[in-house]
Design a protein around this ligand. Structure first.
Ligand code: HEC
Ligand code: HEC
Length: 343
């Protein structure tokens, strides 16, 4: 007995190992075949096109020096950062008594499959489920992620494939039967109407102001529910890079609005994690833009009352919160219909 037991255990372990490996190989090669057949060859090349085109990612994200959107995290370096985020997620899971088995691949998959699962600090949970909004299928999402892995890391499609089951099947959400998009367009662009959204937002290449985000293409990336909420309750989610700040100068004058650096007209955005005292260079000044697009007097760095503390972020959006009073219900639905038509 004493000699048989270890041998049996060893044989069993051996068997389990081989069956396990066999299943694993089957799974990988099987899925690989499945994902390379059909319409696209899964990989970074297809992913790059999708990221900057149909996938709508570039409507919100930039990648290092490519693209210009600030409302969402810069994905330059995400190939490296994903692994660091996974370490963070594991710590949290351990503290909650859950299995800590995250790695960079799983983090990447989950950031698209379930964007609310981990919300990057300093940003709002506004990332849409792209398998509903565009909609993108698994192959397309895997391609985009393999492209992003190259940003600061190495491509690891096999690693991503292990988690592909976490990506829901593409399903087009229910779309636009909201209202009259043509009327919404009129309201949006007419500065004399009670809407007059164009006073703050660019769209379709029109509009001057940059107080609010450029809404070109917003219908391709956001759901009707999000758009409706943005109009009737703008302070609920304040898009990163568009917050309002308050700052005092040494004469006790109070300034409010969006804050710019005078030397290069760059907007202050705390999500970029630079200390305010370093962001404003010595000898430089700042100025504010208010919700009417008016520029304040310049405030020299030396005249800022508390440079260490810097500007104080306000919980209120600069977008007016009274559209529910100023517009009737149908007009609001027409505006949503117009925004949804922007793809
Ligand atoms: C409407 C804007 C929007 C769109 C469109 C969008 N994202 Fe995001 N994304 C965000 C925001 C905001 C965050 C940060 C908050 C969060 O973590 O949910 C984010 C976070 C991420 C992260 C995690 C970043 C980090 O630093 O950990 C990844 C990866 C990502 N997005 C990939 C994509 C990809 C790929 C697409 C296109 C298929 C896409 N996003 C489309 C808004 C968007
Ligand atoms: C006084 C300026 C101002 C006016 C007028 C204004 N907005 Fe905004 N809007 C903003 C600002 C600032 C933000 C970003 C802060 C936030 O999220 O609340 C924003 C955000 C939004 C967003 C979310 C965009 C995103 O990237 O997620 C939508 C949608 C929107 N506005 C639609 C409208 C519509 C429709 C109207 C007209 C009925 C309108 N806005 C009028 C300033 C304005």
């Amino acid at each position: 007995m004493r000699t048989v037991a270890p041998i049996l255990a060893f044989t069993l372990a051996f068997l389990v190992f081989f069956v396990g490996v066999g299943m694993y190989v089957d799974r990988i090669s099987g899925t690989k075949q499945a994902v390379t057949g059909g319409d696209i060859v899964v990989g970074p090349e297809a992913g790059k096109d999708l990221f900057w085109g149909k996938g709508t990612c570039s409507n919100c994200h930039k990648v290092g020096s490519q693209g210009s959107n600030t409302r969402c995290p810069d994905l330059g370096d995400i190939g490296r950062r994903a692994a660091a985020r996974a370490v963070e997620v594991n710590k949290k899971r351990q503290a909650e008594g859950k299995t800590a088995d995250y790695n960079g691949n799983r983090y990447l998959i989950e950031s698209v499959a379930d964007p609310r699962a981990y919300v990057v600090e300093g940003y709002q949970p506004i990332m849409p489920k792209v398998y509903e909004t565009v909609p993108l299928n698994r192959k397309e999402i895997l391609s985009i992620l393999s492209y992003l892995q190259l940003e600061g890391g190495e491509e690891d499609l096999d690693g991503l494939l292990k988690y592909q089951e976490l990506i829901p099947e593409a399903k087009p959400g229910k779309r636009n039967e909201w209202g009259d998009a043509a009327n919404g367009k009129k309201l949006f662009h007419d500065t004399k109407s009670n809407a007059g959204c164009i006073r703050c937002h660019k769209i379709e290449g029109r509009g001057e102001a940059a107080i609010g985000p450029d809404l070109t293409g917003i219908g391709g990336v956001q759901t009707s529910g999000y758009l409706l909420e943005s109009i009737i309750e703008p302070s609920k989610v304040i898009v990163a890079g568009y917050d309002q700040f308050v700052l005092k100068d040494t004469d006790e004058r109070v300034f409010a609005g969006q804050l710019y650096r005078a030397s290069d007209a760059k907007k202050w955005n705390p999500s970029e994690r630079v200390a305010f005292g370093e962001w404003v260079k010595d000898g430089d000044s700042v100025y504010f833009m208010d919700s009417e697009n008016r520029k304040s007097d310049p405030i020299a760095k030396d005249d800022i009352e508390d440079i260490e503390r810097g500007p104080i972020q306000q919980p209120l959006s600069m977008m007016p919160g009274d559209f529910l009073q100023k517009l009737d219900k149908q007009e609001i639905l027409d505006l949503v219909a117009y925004l949804l038509s922007q793809k």
